[in-house]
Design a protein around this ligand. Structure first.
Ligand SMILES: Cc1ncc(COP(=O)(O)O)c(C=O)c1O
Length: 344
């Protein structure tokens, strides 16, 4: 049963392609690995966040807001996508970016600056203590100058943003029936939980046979259980969905499945194996992953397949490519690559 979608602005180029990684799957010798190319939702406006922003920005426009406010790491894909979307809709944008180092104009930050986003940098410690007071100060400051701010949490992961990957699940349902497949698992990187949460709910709503797994790129399974659980509760309360006790209602009872243990040295930092896997996939399939989200999650998925753990017996697994390549530019020094030679 399809839910009633709230208003949405069209930002993402969808449907995105879903196809088999033929050479990688045979090299792996396990299940067939499919990739859903959500890195192709646009160029500047690329990646998973675009699907969420369609719903969040519709709400911002309905509320008469003229400025978007959001936050994330200094190389945040979400902040960059928000800045592009703001400019496409003729809005202003203010980003609160977390960093302890002098920011270097590279990757996503370069795009943020090119778009003329207003930026406030904050330390990691201050960010961890919460962005509430900083947000309030900015909202008041914009209001005093006659502007109305639409604040969004990190990753646009809240009850509104959840709709992005609920809608993507409907798209996957169409993909699966067109391709004649019924994958047992769907895997994505999880950072603020909105993609995993939306897919988990969406898989239930659209009756997908697949189990949804988020591979943690920060925090742990307990954190995502709590965070996604709270977002889903807020979604149920706001859009008046029941928990499935009422037979006429949409059943939204879900269990949240997170794979942790692959965060490595920390958020934004990856092991040599991740950089090697990214390089391998680039050369084998022409697929470009990043070391912060998709490379780490893909690595976690492959390790789980190899160890015969969670994906034992699976025929088909879908990996959601959530984008994020721009941030790789700021980590280029960690790739072992050879330079060309001077032609004679
Ligand atoms: C490229 C990429 N993949 C995955 C994620 C994780 O998505 P979510 O924040 O919805 O958990 C992010 C979040 O910033 C991202 O930028």
């Amino acid at each position: 049963m399809s839910p009633d979608y709230p208003p949405r602005v069209e930002l993402a180029r969808t449907p995105t392609p879903l196809y088999l990684l033929q050479r990688f799957s045979s090299e792996l010798g396990g299940p067939r690995i499919w990739v859903k190319r959500d890195d192709l939702t646009g160029f500047g406006l690329s990646g998973n966040k675009v699907r969420k922003l369609e719903f969040c920005l519709a709400e911002a426009l309905a509320q008469g807001c003229d400025t978007l406010l959001t936050c994330g790491g200094v190389q945040s894909n979400h902040c960059r996508a928000t800045a592009v979307a703001a400019r496409q809709l003729g809005l202003d944008v203010h980003l609160v970016l977390r960093t302890d180092e002098a920011p270097s104009r590279d990757g996503n930050l370069f795009i943020d600056q090119l778009l003329g986003a207003s930026i406030s940098y904050i330390s990691k410690a201050r960010y961890a203590a919460g962005t509430g007071t900083i947000y309030q100060r900015l909202i008041d400051d914009y209001a005093s100058r006659g502007h109305k701010v639409y604040p969004m949490p990190v990753g646009a992961s809240d009850e509104v943003g959840l709709w992005g990957y609920i809608a993507a699940s409907e798209e996957l349902q169409g993909d699966f029936s067109r391709l004649g497949i019924a994958p047992q698992h769907i895997v994505c990187a999880t950072g603020s939980g909105g993609t995993q949460g939306g897919l988990t709910l969406g898989a239930k709503l659209f009756g997908l046979a697949a189990r949804v797994w988020g591979v943690a790129v920060c925090d742990d399974a307990a954190y995502f259980e709590q965070k996604i659980g709270a977002d889903i509760e807020a979604w149920r309360a706001r859009y008046h969905y029941e928990c499935g006790e009422n037979p006429d209602s949409i059943d939204t009872n879900v269990s949240i499945a997170t794979i942790d243990g692959y965060v490595g040295p920390g958020y934004g930092r990856a092991t040599a194996e991740v950089f090697e896997l990214i390089t391998r996939l680039a050369r084998l399939e022409g697929l470009l992953l990043d070391p912060i989200y998709t490379g780490k999650a893909f690595h976690g998925m492959v390790e789980e397949i190899r160890s015969g753990q969670r994906f034992e017996g699976a025929d088909d697994i879908v990996f959601i490519h959530t984008g994020g390549f721009f941030a790789s530019y700021a980590q280029r020094q960690h790739f072992e690559l050879s330079d060309g030679t001077l032609a004679d």
